[in-house]
Design a binder for this molecule. Structure first.
Ligand SMILES: *[C@@H]1O[C@H](CO)[C@@H](O)[C@H](O)[C@H]1NC(C)=O
Ligand SMILES: *[C@@H]1O[C@H](CO)[C@@H](O)[C@H](O)[C@H]1NC(C)=O
Length: 263
């Protein structure tokens, strides 16, 4: 008795599921004068973690830039990874002329090493100034995967904000929220919570300066992020495919504003 009923219920819910899957969310509007810099640690961060945000913002502006700190040379194949990074970013909407790589000798890919905040500030600040960046996007203090290179960028960005003169108020910074592990790997289930997620998506979130912000993907964005990830030929070992299948960061990004510490 119960089983056929469940089956009917399942079939009945299919259209709802399809709607949630295929619906591309309407992203929060980016104000016309915003100039955005995504600050990442390694090639492939852009598609592993930041895809929903890049795909929401890139159609809205030509003032979206990417700065990757290291070329991911931990395995000695950094130079192979640089063109992979450029192709991936291009698919996510940032062409090569707006994507930059630092490759500072003291900020190299290393799983056991945190990066010095002073060096981050002095390396990143010239890009912020040259492109008149108004919005800096980076990792939070847990760096999604607790990679010290990732969370170093949070502390570097915090220090960068704090070091600016008080009248340079037009720079704000946001950190990508690290989800607890049960949310991090529940990617497809995220779809079911989309009604709830939409409820929190506000129209002009960035320009009104509210402290949290959310971007979500529909299936089309998911597949684009998948394609971007495929550009990283040197990285596609089996567990990365698992990540693609289960990661929530393919479907949603939540951002929290990094507050300036002012005396
Ligand atoms: C930089 O951007 C801000 C905010 O959009 C704007 O007020 C300012 O005039 C810009 N400065 C330059 C030098 O372009
Ligand atoms: C990574 O950093 C550690 C020290 O934290 C150092 O011993 C090691 O040689 C570094 N690895 C590479 C590949 O530079």
């Amino acid at each position: 008795m119960i089983l056929p009923r469940l089956k009917r219920l399942g079939i009945g819910l299919l259209p709802v599921f399809a709607f949630l899957l295929f619906r591309e969310p309407i992203p929060p509007n980016l104000a016309a004068d915003e100039r955005v810099l995504l600050l990442t640690a390694h090639p492939d961060d852009e598609c592993f973690f930041f895809g929903p945000t890049l795909l929401a913002l890139s159609p809205q502006t030509d003032n979206l830039f990417s700065l990757t700190v290291s070329n991911g040379n931990n395995d000695g194949i950094g130079s192979r990874r640089e063109p992979e990074l450029r192709s991936s970013l291009a698919i996510l909407g940032i062409p090569p002329e707006r994507s930059f790589l630092l490759n500072h000798p003291l900020l190299q890919d290393n799983f056991t090493q945190a990066w010095d905040a002073d060096i981050i500030v002095e390396s990143v600040l010239p890009y912020v100034i040259q492109h008149n960046i108004t919005l800096l996007l980076t990792f939070d203090d847990k760096g999604v995967s607790s990679h010290p290179n990732h969370y170093s960028l949070y502390y570097g960005s915090q220090q960068l904000l704090d070091s600016l003169p008080k009248d340079a108020v037009h720079l704000r910074a946001y950190a990508l929220k690290t989800y607890p592990i049960y949310i991090k790997y529940s990617g497809w289930i995220t779809i079911f919570s989309k009604f709830y997620l939409y409820a929190y998506q506000t129209g002009d979130a960035i320009s009104s300066g509210i402290p949290t912000l959310r971007f979500t993907s529909g299936i089309a964005s998911y597949l684009t992020i998948f394609r971007a990830m495929n550009q990283h030929h040197s990285q596609m070992v089996w567990f990365r495919w698992l990540y693609l299948l289960f990661s929530s960061y393919m479907w949603r990004n939540d951002w929290i504003e990094i507050e300036r510490h002012v005396e």
